[in-house]
Design a protein around this ligand. Structure first.
Ligand code: NAD
Length: 362
């Protein structure tokens, strides 16, 4: 049963013991899924799943993620559940990793049945996190960015950068990009990748230059400190800021004066006040929970001159939606293998007997 891809017909024909096998989507499988479906389709489908789950926000168990901090980074667990499914993601954030050839962010996740607690899916989530983060940013951006926006400045041209650009084109129609990174090699990499995708790309040596004339600014840097990627004088009226990189205590990207001028939109305030840009503000500073904008109970952009800020830290419901999406694709035949990770004795209470009977079987 290991190492095979199951069609829906095969799944339906399986004996109960075989159903104890858990589908696993590897990095290779995730790449095949994206190529088969098309990147834009995946990003739009993910945004649809995330938006659908944000619209039923009160139905979820919610908690700030459980974070284990060290000097160089953080390892986090991000759980949530509705009445049917429980999901969690394991994810790290280690800004210095790229110096040794490792990713800053890697992740995997699980979706389980609430009814019997059995895992339904185990999947890589490094690519999936980049995809879901981009889909979330663009889902928010299409509600908040100024009308007719066509140019986005991107500060921080690492792993997340191209995914963000792709989502802003697929969902918001952004086709012109202005790129800047303190590491020119990162900008050169992103520029080459994005030009190959058909974007109009300009590159800049300074953050001051890169934001000129952009209606959307994405900050996507990784540094474990209170950085000031954007100062107040760099942000003109009417701009939408998509702030992705400040997502840990003591790790921010924006000068606090910008926060005082902006209308701030967040995922889950209880987590964002610990991790987001708003950790720099008083605990009662007003923010809007984005799910309320989708539900129509809170306004989005109210004025063309308003500065809107999505203070993104990444919330468990976005991963839950992404896991739901991948399980749906797997059930429709997307590439995966199955893993023997659930004990399945003939008599559920005879776990020991199962162990004994397996003696000598190699
Ligand atoms: P990465 O290490 O691949 O890229 C980060 C880039 O930022 C690097 O190229 C680096 O040179 C650049 N950089 C650092 N300081 C800079 C500065 N002062 N000015 C300009 N560029 C600077 O990391 P990544 O995977 O792209 O992630 C970027 C950030 O996004 C991380 O902080 C990560 O934790 C965060 N993130 C957030 C979410 C979310 O949901 N909000 C999801 C994924 C990642």
């Amino acid at each position: 049963m290991n190492d095979m891809t199951l069609s829906p017909d095969t799944l339906a024909a399986l004996a109960p013991s075989e159903l104890a096998m858990v589908p696993f989507v590897s990095v290779q499988d995730m790449m095949r899924l994206v190529h088969r479906e098309g990147l834009d389709t995946v990003l739009r489908d993910l945004a649809d799943h995330i938006e659908a789950d944000f619209r039923r926000w009160p139905e979820f168990d919610k908690t700030p993620r459980v974070a284990s901090h060290s000097r160089e980074g953080v390892i986090e667990l991000m759980p949530t559940a509705d009445a049917e499914h429980y999901g969690f993601k394991y994810v790290n954030g280690h800004p210095k990793n790229t110096r040794t050839g490792h990713q800053t962010v890697t992740a995997f996740g699980v979706l389980s049945s609430v009814d019997n607690g059995y895992p339904l899916l185990l999947t890589e989530m490094t690519l999936l996190t980049a995809l879901r983060t981009a889909a979330t940013s663009a889902m928010v951006g299409r509600r908040l960015m100024p009308e007719g926006a066509g140019t986005m400045a991107m500060i921080g041209n690492g792993a997340q950068c191209e995914f963000q650009a792709a989502a802003f084109r697929a969902l918001c129609g952004i086709t012109r990009l202005r790129l800047h990174d303190i590491d020119p090699a990162a900008t050169a990499k992103a520029a080459a990748n994005l030009r190959a995708q058909g974007f109009e790309v300009d590159t800049f040596r300074s953050a001051h230059e890169v934001v000129e004339g952009a209606q959307v600014i994405t900050t996507c840097t990784a540094d474990k400190q209170k950085a000031t990627i954007l100062t107040d004088n760099m942000v003109g009226a009417g701009v939408h800021i998509n702030a992705i990189g400040g997502d840990c205590p003591g790790k921010t990207e924006l000068h606090r004066d910008i926060l005082h001028r902006a209308s701030i939109f967040v995922e889950y305030p209880e987590q964002t006040r610990i991790e987001g840009e708003i950790q720099q503000l008083a605990p009662d500073h007003p923010v809007t929970e984005f799910w309320e904008v989708l539900q129509g109970t809170a306004p989005g952009r109210r004025d063309p001159r308003e500065i809107t800020l999505f203070d993104s830290v990444g919330f468990a419901i976005e991963d839950f939606s992404a896991l739901r999406y991948v399980l749906g694709r797997v059930r429709a035949g997307a590439p995966h293998i199955t893993l023997d990770m659930l004990a399945d004795p003939d008599d559920p209470r005879d776990l020991f007997g199962m162990l004994e009977r397996s003696k000598g079987r190699g």
